[in-house]
Design a protein around this ligand. Structure first.
Ligand code: AMP
Ligand code: ZN
Ligand code: FE
Ligand code: FE
Length: 278
């Protein structure tokens, strides 16, 4: 059983349509794939239809932009009720924050002498409910300013870089509560990538578990072997499920191919079990 529990479509910052994502997942030999676009469930319907057609099990998820101690943390929510009012309202707030940020980033870039406007970005973000910095990166690639998304982040878009603009994100504890209240299960995505490593200590994970966290994403390309070993130990100590996934973004992220990390069947079943218990 090949199980990949974290992928993106062009409803956020992936480059595949939901249908292409599912077809590519099938072609990669996956048996189970989760669609987890940033802060939206817009790809679910198309992905469900495609999954039924090609014969793959689809897990419907979201990756919620969260904050813990001022640092960015991503939370995966699997199979929440997409119509649960408080969750819908919170996701709308996050999406509004994303949309308000785009013109501010463009303004910064123009201030740096780069001739970019909202039309340039819209060509790349047009299918997305959740717009993001990767769409700005794509526009910068097209304009010949950078060679790829990584370079755009390194030079302009990361915190501390000249075109970085902050945006609203949900308090992590609140997000875990919302996912659970909506009947889903919550898993912290790539806990030790970038800035979140500083704030996600064992003690924090213990508190998050008490707040309803069901698992942590251990196997992810942002984690080296040492990080994976430590996170696995934490998961076992705290009785959290350990997942693995690609965080596939189509052609938007190099070396994050579908199925490059996988979730063991037992861990997947553990998550399903935790959901059904609610
Ligand atoms: P945003 O949604 O605008 O906050 O941008 C976050 C998205 O950009 C995530 O999907 C990340 O995968 C991607 N991202 C963040 N940092 C980098 C980076 N240094 N290089 C490439 N992609 C990145
Ligand atoms: Zn992304
Ligand atoms: Fe993420
Ligand atoms: Fe992701």
């Amino acid at each position: 059983m090949l199980i990949d529990l974290h992928t993106h479509s062009n409803r956020s910052d992936g480059t595949d349509s939901p249908t292409e994502l599912i077809e590519n997942a099938r072609a990669a030999g996956l048996d189970v794939v989760a669609i987890t676009d940033h802060d939206c469930t817009d790809g679910w319907r198309e992905a469900s239809e495609a999954a039924e057609r090609v014969g793959i099990v689809l897990v419907k998820g979201i990756e919620i932009s969260c904050r813990l101690d001022g640092k960015s943390v991503h939370l995966l929510g699997y199979e929440p009720d997409p119509d649960y009012g408080p969750l819908v309202e919170e996701l709308e707030r996050v999406i509004e924050g994303r949309n308000a940020r785009l013109p501010a980033i463009i303004e910064r870039l123009r201030g740096l002498g780069i001739d970019i406007d909202s039309e340039d970005v819209l060509r790349w973000s047009g299918n997305a409910a959740a717009t993001g910095r990767p769409h700005v990166a794509d526009a910068l690639i097209e304009l010949g300013v950078v060679a790829n998304r990584d370079e755009a982040f390194d030079r302009f878009l990361m915190p501390g870089k000249p075109a970085y603009v902050d945006r609203y994100a949900t308090d992590l504890f609140e997000a875990i509560g919302l996912v659970n209240d909506a009947g889903g299960v919550a898993v912290v995505a790539h806990p030790w990538s970038r800035e979140s490593r500083k704030v996600l200590t064992v003690d924090r994970f213990r508190k998050l578990k008490e707040a309803g966290l069901a698992g942590i994403e251990v196997d992810h390309e942002d984690h080296d072997d040492e990080a994976r070993a430590s996170l696995r130990q934490i998961a076992r100590e705290l009785d959290l499920a350990e997942t693995g996934s690609s965080d596939y973004h189509g052609t938007g992220k190099i070396d994050f191919e579908l199925g490059c990390n996988k979730t063991p069947l037992r861990q997947y079943e553990l998550l399903l079990h935790r959901r059904s218990r609610q």
